[in-house]
Design a protein around this ligand. Sequence first.
Ligand code: ADP
Ligand code: MG
Length: 328
Amino acid sequence: MMDEFSFIKRITPNKNFQRSLIVGIGDDAAVYRSKAGFDEVICVDTMVEDIHFRLDTLTPFQIGYKALAVNVSDIAAMGAIPTYYLVSIAVPKHWQEESVVEIYAGMKQLAEQYSLNLIGGDTVSTNDKLVITVTALGQVEQGEQLQRSMAQDGDIVFVTGTVGDSAAGLHLLFEKGLDGPYHAGEQVLVATHQQPKPQVEFARMLINHHIRVSLNDVSDGVASEVNELAEASQVTIRLHVNQLPLSDAMQMFPREKQIEWALYGGEDFQLIGTVAKEDWQRLLEQCHLLGIRCTNIGVVEAGDAKVLLVEDEQVTELKVFGYNHFRK
Ligand code: ADP
Ligand code: MG
């Protein structure tokens, strides 16, 4: 890395998407005007080299894209419109400035898609591994935020898109590395791992059509996310394993593997939640208009906070969850 100040100049956005921005990068802090009738939503996520990614599974561009995508996914899971982001980055001394600029190019690609503005951050150096922390902001109509705690007896459990693809993609990346070669089907899986698409449109459709749901994003795997919904709402969730939406691209793997990745793999960044039976058809119609796949994968019942995995005739209580940093 060269000079911090010339670096900041290089990554300062040349476009402003948000009219509420008053002071962006260049002062001691950013200032933006909050909008009447909206609540502010904020979240932060850190990615650490060799814990969350490896340099042989993500390019610098993809590290940036993904670090922002996981945050935009959290904003979406609250039903909010993403607006701004800040980036704190600890760069190993041996990194070239060009590679760090690539990380910002990756973030910029996603930011432009959703009209987010980069409004600040911090740059430090480190002896060892790259650490990138992104803070994202958003706004949601006052009192309309979508929470995990809204699941009710009789609700249908749904998930958008397909699940397990990211874990399958990571499996392939471990086998073949960044350069592959990957055939078309494999590319889909690898791309889902490297550049997941946050489901902002789906969440905003729910808000715009006043469809009340409980909602969570799939960062740690369906099993873990459903468990969080059950815990937050204090309900029992019956998860129908055979109804999990598995992509065509994943069919090259044994079914057992597909199910394992879908339940415990994580990083799909799809949205998962529950909705009243009366609203299910309406939700499906709106998804159809948007070209978004949404699948019924279970049902909510009154009872203790727990998840029951239903597969064929067998019912087992879920005990194992997704990735946990502090689990030995
Ligand atoms: P200060 O010392 O007041 O924190 P800095 O010199 O660290 O100011 O930063 C100058 C400006 O550049 C600030 O607006 C800050 O938010 C922004 N900035 C610094 N590092 C980054 C970064 N890695 N990404 C985005 N913005 C950054
Ligand atoms: Mg600073």
